[in-house]
Ligand binder design. Structure first.
Ligand SMILES: NC(=O)c1ccc[n+]([C@@H]2O[C@H](COP(=O)([O-])OP(=O)(O)OC[C@H]3O[C@@H](n4cnc5c(N)ncnc54)[C@H](OP(=O)(O)O)[C@@H]3O)[C@@H](O)[C@H]2O)c1
Length: 257
């Protein structure tokens, strides 16, 4: 039986990281459904290009850097003035940089943490007052399958996404009594500019529109977790849950290959 769509037909949704990859694909899908979107990312041009595919009344383009708290707070004020509230927030903006342990680089680690963790936290702070005024509100954050298992070279990225998952899953306990639902997205490999740079095999990779379809379904059904491709994410989770000696043996094989 088809599940009910809990998003109002004219839902007001903030998407961060809407200028590229998964966020852009989600924005394109949601605009076609007629939802109203706030589109954020640092680059204005690609946001404008997406906005131009829909009537002007359906979009609000707010370019910003999520690591800049004042800019994120200013965006919250603009959303309040423009639409009065949010019915959902899809906090998707993020970065992935791999560490080379031979040239340990704390700058890289700080950049990944500030973007993926503190950038997300800034957006949550700006979203919550708006979601409290919204209809059947949902806060959604994009984590990663990498959150489930310590993988080679993913010290910074994996730790940032494990922090995101833990933070958001904890927050669910506190927001639920306030009537705000919380959803965490766990993508496996998705074909986007972020993964274009990867120099290793990416099993079961899906395209950005397939990822966006999963996220749209998760949004409309208020799913607590959205995992895709399900089998791949389950495998990574199982790898992370193996006894340490067996997990270490398998992940060391990845380093050698
Ligand atoms: N692709 C995958 O295989 C995969 C797998 C698991 C999880 N994810 C997660 O999915 C999310 C989207 O990734 P993607 O693959 O679609 O990557 P992408 O194509 O590189 O898109 C990343 C988006 O985040 C925005 N962004 C990055 N830093 C920002 C900042 N400081 N302030 C504001 N916006 C910022 C970028 O916009 P600007 O450059 O315009 O700022 C862009 O719109 C990320 O959180 C990523 O970790 C991706």
């Amino acid at each position: 039986m088809a599940k009910t769509n809990r998003l109002p037909a004219d839902a007001r949704i903030w998407i961060t990281g809407a200028s590229s990859g998964i966020g852009a694909a989600v924005a394109q899908r949601l605009l076609r459904q007629g939802y109203r979107l706030v589109l954020s990312g640092r680059r204005r041009e690609p946001l404008d290009a997406i906005a131009q595919t829909a009537p002007a009344s359906q979009t609000l383009v707010l370019p910003l850097d999520i690591t800049d708290l004042a800019a994120v707070q200013a965006a919250g004020t603009q959303i309040q003035q423009h639409w009065g509230a949010l019915d959902a927030a899809v906090l998707n903006a993020g970065t992935c940089e791999y560490l080379d342990a031979r040239q340990f680089d704390s700058t890289l680690v700080r950049h990944v943490m500030e973007t993926n963790v503190m950038g997300l936290v800034h957006c949550i702070e700006a979203s919550l007052p708006l979601l409290r005024q919204g209809r059947d509100p949902l806060l959604m954050a994009v984590s990663s399958a990498a959150a489930y298992c310590p993988l080679p070279r993913a010290e910074a990225y994996g730790a940032s996404k494990a922090a995101v998952s833990h933070f958001i899953e904890s927050l669910r306990n506190d927001l639920s009594p306030q009537g705000i639902d919380v959803s965490v997205v766990y993508p496996g490999f998705v074909e986007t500019p972020l993964t274009e740079r990867n120099d290793f095999a990416m099993p079961m990779q899906v395209d950005a529109d397939t990822a966006a379809a999963h996220i749209q379904r998760g949004l409309e059904q208020h799913r607590r977790q959205v995992r895709f491709p399900g089998f791949f994410v389950a495998l990574v989770q199982a790898l992370g849950a193996l006894p340490l000696s067996l997990r270490f043996w398998l992940t060391r094989k990845m380093v050698r290959s």
